[in-house]
Write a protein that binds this ligand. Structure first.
Ligand code: FES
Length: 162
């Protein structure tokens, strides 16, 4: 099981994952913390990794899956170093969010759930980022961009990369 994960994430990252589990394994109540710390290293939590964490912590895999799938903070699919979140809530949708998302995907050469070849970007759709006054809105990494339009996606990607 571990060898498969080493192939997926490297030995160095799995050693760091093991150290996190080791620190919390006597306290299964700290599962949420384990998943947060592990995702910081691996960027996502595939089922194989969830099973490994469950096995090492001596808890059912269903419990790990329950937590990982409940919180939107966790990703079960690969993510880029910067996640592009395009809001498709109503206020953004009526202001061409769908078109903006397609333009971003095209510009980054991505399909839904994919990571760019350089590992830098992945794209996700989200429902209302709570900034409807700035619709349409997208978040790239830690930065929020409002009042965007299909013609300035190039510009916001450049800002996000700098
Ligand atoms: S609908 Fe997009 S920020 Fe609210």
């Amino acid at each position: 099981m571990r060898n498969e994960l080493v192939e997926m994430f490297t030995e160095e990252k799995m050693t760091a994952v093991d150290a996190i589990i080791e620190r919390h394994r006597d306290n299964p109540g700290e599962l949420l913390m384990v998943l947060v710390e592990v995702q910081d290293i691996t960027r996502y939590l595939p089922v194989e990794l969830q099973r490994y964490i469950a096995w090492r912590m001596g808890i059912p895999a269903s419990r790990v899956y329950g937590v990982a799938s409940f919180y939107s903070y966790f990703s079960l699919a690969p993510r880029g170093r910067k996640v592009v979140k395009v809001c498709t809530g109503t206020a953004c949708y009526v202001k061409r969010a769908g078109e903006i998302k397609e333009r971003l995907k095209q510009r980054l050469g991505l399909s839904e759930g994919e990571v760019s070849a350089d590992g830098e970007f992945s794209i996700e759709e989200v429902r209302c980022l709570g900034a409807c006054g700035l619709a349409p809105v997208a978040v790239i990494g830690e930065e929020t961009f409002g009042l965007i339009n299909p013609d300035n996606v190039e510009e916001i990607l450049e800002k996000a990369s700098s």
